[in-house]
Design a protein around this ligand. Structure first.
Ligand code: HEC
Ligand code: HEC
Ligand code: HEC
Length: 394
């Protein structure tokens, strides 16, 4: 019997037809392929059975799918992936689950990337005169020589106040689909307007910033060059545009992981490759995917009193939801989570497995995944890390 089954399974793999009347064919296909996505679409979208089950549960929970038998989800997912993925994964490695990081993120039409703008944006990023106290710059909290963050639990801003949240890195931030832990800004331009004005961060006003910059002739010249053709180029909007342009150059496509994705088989150690498989198999990839390992979506992470996305939308469904953070350079941006409450990366990985996937990882597994995440550390372009010479006031 066993032999018979394995032969028919083998035939099923070769011909793409199921060996026995499967859960998928007898239950799921009543809707899927007709009023819901077909199996091919689901396999391509979710890539692992864990991720597919998770999505099915989510869809049922939010009443999108009028069917909620978790056992059936698990059986069907197992069938789908034993046919398609296990065959593939023996021959191929797990590279195909990931997306390499391009050298530059998408550049918006209304803020093209020019050397003049990037040069100005870099100066503004480093210039503490953009803060009320003239003590705090973007680089204070997003220090480009230590991973683009501040290595603090939560950031210290204006008047030595501690804000409520941990500073994420600005490195590769141009690839994020939404900005901030709760996604309250969509673009880097919109994002930059936040900290300049936030009381616990730089506590300035657009008027104050523009007045200060206009008193510095070299800045006025640089704005003219960066925004040619504009009559009065020293504006708050252009400040945010120049900073955003600079941020779009802070990319790390030279990490071992990215080199591996681009074809260098030896860029990862064997431990890192094992960690990569675990990352896929356990379903981390369901949320941490795409070029910076973030789906740009909001997922529940009930951790403390912070209501996350709910504060932005006031939709009760969004309580305790946070945007999936990117994982590039995560090994050098401790502490972790939106409140910076966890210092060790291994601990953060175990918490994720438990809270997001319902799985207990062994210490060895967590160590392998950590090794894998370490391969995502790259170097910020030297040009961005060399401190600029800031112009003097007249
Ligand atoms: C009675 C109809 C019906 C049955 C039976 C059904 N589904 Fe669904 N399923 C849906 C609908 C409708 C959606 C929502 C599609 C959407 O949001 O676009 C959905 C969503 C899903 C999703 C999430 C898709 C996504 O893109 O997020 C998965 C995964 C899924 N179903 C798997 C299964 C599996 C596995 C089975 C069988 C065990 C199954 N479904 C049975 C109707 C059904
Ligand atoms: C006092 C510290 C502080 C300063 C100064 C500061 N930031 Fe931040 N930054 C933070 C914190 C904390 C967050 C997360 C806040 C949240 O999500 O609620 C953040 C979020 C961000 C993000 C979003 C990244 C992501 O993963 O969502 C970007 C981009 C960013 N800051 C850029 C800047 C720029 C540009 C400046 C200067 C104009 C700046 N920051 C000044 C602390 C700071
Ligand atoms: C259901 C979606 C989902 C899954 C599955 C998931 N994560 Fe996460 N991950 C998130 C979200 C959302 C956060 C942000 C949590 C918060 O609010 O601090 C996060 C945070 C993290 C962080 C902290 C990053 C930082 O900068 O603070 C790490 C590390 C991480 N995840 C790794 C993993 C690993 C490894 C797995 C698999 C074992 C995994 N995640 C599975 C959604 C997910």
């Amino acid at each position: 019997m066993k032999k018979f089954l394995s032969i028919t399974t083998f035939l099923a793999i070769c011909t793409g037809t199921p060996a026995i009347a499967s859960t998928w064919d007898s239950i799921c296909s009543k809707c899927h392929g007709i009023i819901a996505p077909s199996k091919d679409v689901l396999i391509k979208k979710f890539k692992t059975k864990e991720a597919l089950v998770e999505a099915a549960k989510n869809s049922a929970k939010h009443k999108k799918m009028p069917f909620d038998n978790v056992k059936a989800f698990e059986k069907a997912a197992k069938e789908l992936f034993s046919r398609e993925v296990s065959v593939k994964s023996v021959q191929e490695d797990f590279r195909s689950f990931f997306t390499p990081l391009p050298s530059f993120p998408p550049i918006p039409k209304n803020n093209s990337l020019t050397p003049e703008k990037v040069k100005l944006g870099k100066m503004l990023y480093y210039d503490p005169r953009l803060s009320r106290s003239q003590l705090i710059s973007c680089n204070t909290c997003h220090n480009l020589s230590i991973g683009g963050d501040d290595n603090q639990k939560t950031s210290i801003g204006h008047g030595w106040q501690a804000g409520p949240r941990n500073a994420p890195t600005t490195i590769n931030s141009g690839f994020l689909k939404v900005q901030f832990w709760d996604g309250r800004a969509l673009t880097l331009e919109e994002q930059a307007a936040g900290p300049l004005q936030a009381h616990v961060e730089m506590n300035a006003t657009p008027k104050l910033i523009v007045e200060r910059l206009k008193r510095i002739p070299e800045y006025v010249e640089l704005f003219k060059k960066a925004f040619p053709g504009e009559k009065d180029p020293v504006t708050f909007e252009n400040v945010t545009k120049a900073i955003a342009a600079f941020e779009r150059t802070l990319n790390t496509p030279n990490s071992p992981f990215n080199r591996y994705l681009l074809g260098d088989d030896n860029a990862l150690t064997s431990e890192q490759k094992e960690g990569m498989k675990l990352f896929v198999k356990y379903g981390c990839i369901a949320c941490h995917n795409g070029p910076v390992l973030s789906d740009g979506q909001f997922h529940e992470f009930k951790w403390n009193k912070d209501l996350g996305r709910y504060n932005v939308t006031k939709n009760p469904k969004d309580k305790y939801k946070f945007r999936t953070p990117q994982l590039l350079n995560v090994a050098i941006t401790a502490p972790y989570f939106h409140d910076g409450s966890v210092n060790s990366l291994e601990a953060a990985i175990k918490i994720m497995a438990k809270k997001e996937l319902g799985k207990e990882l062994s210490n060895i597994e967590a160590k392998k995944i950590k090794a894998f995440l370490e391969s995502m550390t790259g170097e910020v372009p030297l040009e961005a890390r060399v401190l600029p010479e800031l112009p003097e006031k007249n």
